[in-house]
Design a protein around this ligand. Structure first.
Ligand SMILES: Cc1cc2nc3c(=O)[nH]c(=O)nc-3n(C[C@H](O)[C@H](O)[C@H](O)COP(=O)(O)OP(=O)(O)OC[C@H]3O[C@@H](n4cnc5c(N)ncnc54)[C@H](O)[C@@H]3O)c2cc1C
Length: 402
């Protein structure tokens, strides 16, 4: 009998198997697929999301041969707002999972098969579609968006927001802007009417990739139009793209809608939920990988204590669900999903006021910057006129307008 069975070898299940096996547990991991299928999911690992890969010592192998981009340019209403320094890797999700699976230690047993049922109890037993059964003390449910097995266990997912957002992903072919030398570009939507949160453009496996996050359902006429005529539809809402990308084309369009949902009635002896199986994120909020990393880290901490106390009852497992770090990360992901949608498209007064405040702050910041620059120019101008030989920083118009 294994100590632990992980059901699902996506990102969360594979990371959990690595972390728990390194802590000395006997781990078996089961997945429907030997090779994770090509599906549209997270294609970017950014900033603090890298921490779990660094902490587990996976980064070197995971990102070997993947281009690190460390500059992100934010563009709103055609104007560059800020340049942010943040580490960013672009990789198809199946490649991320493949690379992480490759780091699962040899002593972890990998079974390819679909789990059809689980007998929950003091020592749960997992049933596979080939008739095989595997017993363990703890089952970790890392089944992602597939809820069939959960339903079989009487566990359901409460939809917090149905079809919350749609991710539109595509390749960009631009002779002006090669995948190799572009910073990450983030273009924000222009207002309520276009229902766009943002478009991010980044290098991914030798091409320039676009991830556009919109608050429309996949059957919305605009999304259909995007599928039919992606370039024209994109330029209609973000004409500024021409400045950066020149004459470009758009290919391989994929669309995927996401619900925001949370697991309910899931407390069973010897069974815990992590990753998307516990709570699904809004892709636009970019919280999926960070949230599942917190689940895996906090779970590893609690598992050690449960096994030491030899107690895997519902009440003991509750310590993981009540873990303050996990609760904060779950709440933050839900809040961020709701916030991004409301700020991008909610016409209610509260959000209209919020948008006006943001605009006002941005304008104040802009004015402040201009005043500081003007002050510096003025100082340089008078410094130069009173101190012969000292040259001004850069100014194109003298303060007296001459
Ligand atoms: C379109 C889209 C874009 C996204 N973009 C971002 C982003 O930019 N940034 C970000 O942070 N997050 C993003 N996310 C979220 C992120 O991709 C997910 O949070 C993450 O992939 C979840 O990983 P997981 O391991 O929980 O689930 P999965 O990767 O789905 O793994 C589940 C695994 O369980 C297996 N499985 C399921 N049922 C069974 C069964 N009965 N028996 C055996 N095996 C089973 C499956 O085969 C699969 O391998 C995005 C999500 C989507 C849908």
């Amino acid at each position: 009998m294994a100590d632990i069975i992980v059901v699902g070898a996506g990102l969360s299940g594979s990371l959990a198997a690595i972390m728990l096996s390194r802590r000395g547990f006997q781990v078996t991991i089961v997945d429907r697929y030997l090779t994770y299928p090509a599906e549209l999911r997270a294609e970017q690992i950014v900033g603090s999301q890298l921490r779990i890969f660094d902490d587990l010592g996976l980064s070197e192998k995971l990102f070997s041969g993947v281009r690190l981009v460390s500059r992100v340019r934010n563009v709103r209403l055609g104007k560059q707002l800020t340049t942010v320094l943040a580490s960013h890797y672009g990789m198809p999700y199946q490649d991320i999972v493949h690379a992480v699976r490759g780091q699962i230690p040899d002593d972890v047993r990998f079974i390819v098969g679909r789990v059809t049922d689980i007998d929950t109890g003091s020592d749960p037993v997992v049933h596979l579609d080939n008739g095989q059964t595997v017993a363990a003390k703890l089952v970790i449910m890392a089944t992602g968006l597939n809820t069939t097995l959960s339903k079989r266990l009487g566990v359901h997912h409460q939809t917090i927001s149905a079809q919350h957002s749609t991710t539109v992903a595509f390749d960009i072919l631009s002779p002006k802007c090669a995948a190799g030398d572009t910073p990450i570009l983030v273009y924000y939507g222009n207002g309520l009417q276009d229902r766009i949160d943002y478009l991010t453009i980044f290098p991914c496996k030798g091409v320039l990739r676009g991830n556009l996050f919109v608050y429309r359902d996949p059957l919305d006429p605009w999304v259909r139009q995007f599928r039919r005529a992606p370039l024209e539809t994109l330029l209609e809402v973000l004409p500024v793209l021409r400045d950066e990308l020149g004459e470009f084309s758009v290919e391989h369009v994929q669309c995927r809608a996401s619900d925001v949902a949370v697991v309910r009635d899931h407390q069973r002896n010897g069974v815990v939920y992590i990753g998307d199986a516990y709570q699904t994120p809004c892709p636009a909020a970019g919280t999926g990988i960070g949230r599942l990393a917190v689940d895996v880290e906090r779970l590893a901490f609690h598992v050690t204590r449960w096994f030491a106390a030899n107690d895997l009852s519902v009440s003991s497992l509750q310590s993981y669900y009540n873990d303050p770090v996990k609760c904060r990360s779950d709440r933050k992901a839900l809040k961020s999903a709701q916030f991004r949608r409301s700020v991008s498209m909610d016409p209610a007064l509260r959000w209209a006021v919020h948008r006006q405040n943001v605009k006002a702050k941005r304008f104040a910041k802009y004015v402040l910057q201009r005043v500081v620059h003007a002050g510096l120019d003025l100082a340089a101008y008078y410094g130069r006129s009173t101190t012969p030989g000292r040259s001004s920083r850069h100014y194109s118009v003298r303060p007296d307008g001459a």
